[in-house]
Ligand binder design. Sequence first.
Ligand SMILES: *[C@@H]1O[C@H](CO)[C@@H](O)[C@H](O)[C@H]1NC(C)=O
Ligand SMILES: *[C@@H]1O[C@H](CO)[C@@H](O)[C@H](O)[C@H]1NC(C)=O
Ligand SMILES: *[C@@H]1O[C@H](CO)[C@@H](O)[C@H](O)[C@H]1NC(C)=O
Ligand SMILES: *[C@@H]1O[C@H](CO)[C@@H](O)[C@H](O)[C@H]1NC(C)=O
Ligand SMILES: *[C@@H]1O[C@H](CO)[C@@H](O)[C@H](O)[C@H]1NC(C)=O
Ligand SMILES: *[C@@H]1O[C@H](CO)[C@@H](O)[C@H](O)[C@H]1NC(C)=O
Ligand SMILES: *[C@@H]1O[C@H](CO)[C@@H](O)[C@H](O)[C@H]1NC(C)=O
Ligand SMILES: *[C@@H]1O[C@H](CO)[C@@H](O)[C@H](O)[C@H]1NC(C)=O
Length: 518
Amino acid sequence: MALLPVLALILVAVVDAAEVCHGTPADRLPNILHLVADDMRPQLGAYGHEYMITPNIDALAQRSLLFDFAYTQFAYCAPSRNSFMSGRRPDRTRALNFLTTFREAPGGKNWTAMPQFFKKQGYFTSAAGKVYHDGMDDPPSWSYPSNQTKWIECQPGDIHDPHFNYCGVTKDSLIQYTDEDLALTEGLKRMELAHQSGKPWWVSIGVHRPHTPYRVPAGFYGSELYPFDVAPPKHRYPPQNVPYMAGNWADGDINDPAHGCPSCVVPDERSVEYRKWYYAAVTWTDHSLGRAIRKLEELGVENNTIIVFHSDHGYQLGELNEWSKKTDTELAVHVPFMVRVPWKQNSIGKRTKVRAELVDLYRTLADLAGLGDHVEDGVQGTSLAGAFDDPDAPPHKLQTKLAYSQIGRCACALFPKYNVTQCDANACAHVPLPAFDFMGYTMRTGDYRFTAWVPFDNTTMRVDWNRTAAYELYDLTADTGRDFDFDGFSVNLANNASYATLVGNFSQQLQHAVNTWD
Ligand SMILES: *[C@@H]1O[C@H](CO)[C@@H](O)[C@H](O)[C@H]1NC(C)=O
Ligand SMILES: *[C@@H]1O[C@H](CO)[C@@H](O)[C@H](O)[C@H]1NC(C)=O
Ligand SMILES: *[C@@H]1O[C@H](CO)[C@@H](O)[C@H](O)[C@H]1NC(C)=O
Ligand SMILES: *[C@@H]1O[C@H](CO)[C@@H](O)[C@H](O)[C@H]1NC(C)=O
Ligand SMILES: *[C@@H]1O[C@H](CO)[C@@H](O)[C@H](O)[C@H]1NC(C)=O
Ligand SMILES: *[C@@H]1O[C@H](CO)[C@@H](O)[C@H](O)[C@H]1NC(C)=O
Ligand SMILES: *[C@@H]1O[C@H](CO)[C@@H](O)[C@H](O)[C@H]1NC(C)=O
Ligand SMILES: *[C@@H]1O[C@H](CO)[C@@H](O)[C@H](O)[C@H]1NC(C)=O
């Protein structure tokens, strides 16, 4: 009892400080609430997809700076997370699969990870759910232990499709709760502890959805939320002239008897069904993350907290015959990304065309917190903080910035009857880096996506540009890409003579970028 008045006094003091500086962090380091989704492409109301039911993220966007063009560095969970959490590109982390983390990969990196940076600056740091990849957590990042909540597959008693791509919890389900219930329970607990610590804090909360299986509770079933006509993909076949290794045709996250080769197409009826349940999983993600945003308001610290929301990579729902990620396609690398900085008035409710990379997060958040000068040498990426002062006319450096991604290709030798350009897009997940055969580097400019498939030399651990196997060039100059149905991505123009100079220029530019970032 005797402690209560003291606590009350501290609370009053904190509130006073916030009021004195009108919610700006002038005399106090801001908190950071970091929200991460899994396999989510920017199919949200806030990104102009009005039929999507995503009220919480849409409301967050109205109070944030939203990046229309944000990209992952590697369209695969573990490598992407190793990259943005360490602030290094995949070529630097060399953690390109499910076997190693950035600390264990060859070279032994004792880097300061992004949350660890804030911990060193006196923050309380913790996490719940999938932030680092499941089973690959990074204890040095956290001042209070994180909780990587478990992955729950479809349960007996769930309603589901024959191949367990989606499942809906029923009153008969063996497990009634979802992954997201666990992550949010643990996450909200950590927000509470962080608040009580009296320190500035960082809390990351990651959810598994909308990753397969699209497991959602009653009230969130695909057919309930999206009863109207959902369109099938417009371009159902691979791009014309696409090199085989560019795709992930042989596999996908979707299990469907009609899927598994470039010329097999999931019938519209089932394609639409999967899409509805993916959309439902997006709505469930929105609902779950909304709990964390409301918790912030309940704690009364929303004016002194940066909220950052993004996913680890994008996703294809049948467009160009892909039902997954693990490619360099626009849809696999394009992510939702928004940052709320309450005291950056010019950024509130704005959108920006600055091309953002998830590797930029580290420097951006350090700068926005006023700690940019303390970031260690070697952290890559560019601070996007300048975009928050004037999203319409950001610094020139940000206006001209390009976005780069990469993906590996392995087990190419398993396909002797084909040319070496046929590889297994999934094999890289389970083999060490020296077993990589190709690296596919891709770059996004305002009007084009350009990709080069370059042999990886496992003695030098570098790529040999002189033996580049294939190029891809997609022209988006006249493409609205409405609902992810880009016409420009349906034709690879790299071998069209009219584009030869452009291919030459882009090839030089991409090679230069890759050679100078390490
Ligand atoms: C790694 O760095 C931390 C400080 O950030 C230091 O305490 C620790 O001893 C280092 N570990 C190794 C193996 O160098
Ligand atoms: C993580 O959270 C789950 C669900 O709340 C709980 O059962 C488990 O004991 C926690 N694990 C750790 C290591 O805290
Ligand atoms: C946060 O700022 C808004 C707008 O200035 C204000 O209405 C609200 O009361 C503030 N909240 C707190 C908890 O200070
Ligand atoms: C392999 O590539 C060579 C040279 O480009 C070509 O002549 C041959 O037809 C290709 N073989 C197959 C099976 O595609
Ligand atoms: C390195 O590449 C060579 C030639 O492609 C291959 O034979 C060898 O198995 C590779 N080494 C490892 C460790 O994967
Ligand atoms: C690639 O070609 C250039 C120009 O011909 C040459 O200078 C360079 O050494 C070659 N690189 C490799 C790795 O063979
Ligand atoms: C090459 O590109 C030009 C310009 O876009 C186009 O007019 C032409 O049809 C293309 N050629 C082929 C063979 O696709
Ligand atoms: C290619 O680069 C050259 C030299 O920088 C430039 O003059 C030319 O306009 C570029 N061409 C295209 C199609 O981008």
